[in-house]
Design a protein around this ligand. Structure first.
Ligand code: NAD
Ligand code: DAU
Length: 351
């Protein structure tokens, strides 16, 4: 009998890369993708694998306990890889309760259904929780987040993710549920919704719109190509140690302003615009509330224990990403029509 794996949030950015990888690579698994298709979920992201015989899409809400109980009863998932979440920090500042509901309550409801199904026999079962480096809070100019760094979240988003991590651990300790957690740094790549820095700025450069850099732009993030995150999840799913946490990062720190300038220059080149054209779009705007100064991951544990390392350099990954957005203008147009316009107006006051 095929192993039945539930991936939540599989129609989103990282989830769609993970679903694609598992469906293509593991014909002996059946992959169930559960997604509510919020503004961030898009079945267009999975067009190439949607007819695969080892794939089933289920539309539904992780915060609906009755519905979640029913699908666990029906499909008897052996493992869960949980990505479904509200994922954008700016939106969490405007609507913290939604983040608590989806990210905390939604995770607890999945944990509960999984426990009820397998509590008498956990053999070969796994709850894999996908989390973020933001739970560790902010670094100063030096230092790296390690797996034993204390949690110190600053935004409603990171507080909700931190809380969900604690509940996963608590179910492991209290009910002996096998689990792993990974905390990853900033992802970028194809299919990322254009509210996050890189796709938002690519889209704005294509449309000759301002590039709204928060504050002075001297904030640092550690960037990882999304396909390398999916590769890391695959490794941890198969080889990670029960009840362990692994940090995942790109060994690739960039100040926002330097990254934005690089993006401008790469796009000028690809669009045949004269050098410096896109940099003129850079506009410094009001800072994000509670903006974390710096994130940087120490990814030595996953590297030394499981042999993972990123497969592309940042320059290669960024170039592939820009090419993808240039070749998928229809995807970008569809994603930025309708409700997106309203979001953009509220968030950026149309700068
Ligand atoms: P995303 O916003 O692109 O996708 C989230 C998906 O979850 C969407 O498809 C959405 O429809 C679905 N979803 C939302 N609420 C739901 C609900 N109530 N029920 C069912 N489905 C629901 O997010 P992403 O960037 O792909 O992130 C995926 C996961 O990885 C999240 O848990 C996030 O915290 C984590 N993460 C993201 C990054 C990053 O840089 N993007 C880095 C580290 C960790
Ligand atoms: O670190 C992992 C996290 O990375 C994930 O858990 C989150 O889901 C993901 O959204 C991301 O969070 P960030 O807040 O770091 O990503 P974002 O792309 O929103 O912002 C990156 C940096 O760029 C941050 O310092 C804020 C800044 N920024 C962002 C936007 C959208 C701007 O200066 N202007 C902008 O318009």
């Amino acid at each position: 009998m095929k192993k039945r794996i539930l991936i939540t949030g599989g129609a989103g950015f990282i989830g769609s890369h993970l679903v694609r990888r598992f469906v293509r690579k593991y014909s002996d698994y059946h992959i169930y993708n559960l997604d509510l298709l919020t503004y961030a979920g898009n079945l267009e992201n999975l067009k190439d694998i949607e007819r695969s015989e080892n794939y089933t899409f289920i539309k539904g809400d992780i915060t609906d306990q009755n519905f979640i109980n029913k699908i666990f009863e029906k499909y008897k998932f052996d493992s869960v890889i949980h990505l479904a979440a509200e994922s954008h920090v700016d939106r969490s500042i405007n609507d913290p309760l939604l983040f608590a509901k989806t990210n905390i309550l939604g995770t607890m409801i999945l944990l509960n259904s999984f426990k009820e199904l397998w509590k008498n026999n956990w053999t070969n079962k796994l709850f894999y929780h996908i989390s973020t480096d933001e739970v560790y809070g902010s670094l100063g100019e030096a230092g790296l987040f390690k797996e034993d760094t204390s949690y110190d979240p600053n935004s409603p988003y990171s507080a909700s993710k931190a809380s969900s991590d604690h509940f996963v651990r608590a179910y492991g300790e209290t009910y002996s549920m096998p689990y792993v957690i990974t905390n990853c740094s900033n992802n970028y790549g194809p299919y990322q919704f254009p509210e996050k820095l890189i796709p938002l700025f690519i889209n704005n450069i294509l449309c000759n719109k301002s590039l709204p850099v928060y504050g002075d732009g001297n904030y640092t993030r550690d960037w990882l190509y999304v396909v390398d995150h999916a590769k890391a999840i695959d490794l941890v799913f198969h080889k990670g140690k029960n009840r362990h946490t692994y940090n995942i990062g790109g060994f690739n720190e960039w100040k926002n302003i330097d990254l934005v300038k690089l993006l401008c220059d790469l796009l000028d080149e690809k669009l045949d615009r004269s050098k410096g054209t896109s940099r003129q779009l850079i506009t410094f705007v009001k800072d994000r509330a509670g903006h974390d100064l710096r994130y940087a991951i120490d990814a030595n544990k996953i590297q030394s224990e499981l042999g993972w390392s990123p497969s592309v350099t940042f320059e290669q990954g960024l170039s592939k990403t820009i090419d993808w957005y240039l070749q998928n203008k229809l995807w970008l147009e569809n994603t930025t029509s309708g409700r997106y316009k309203e979001y953009y107006k509220n968030q950026y006051n149309n700068v």
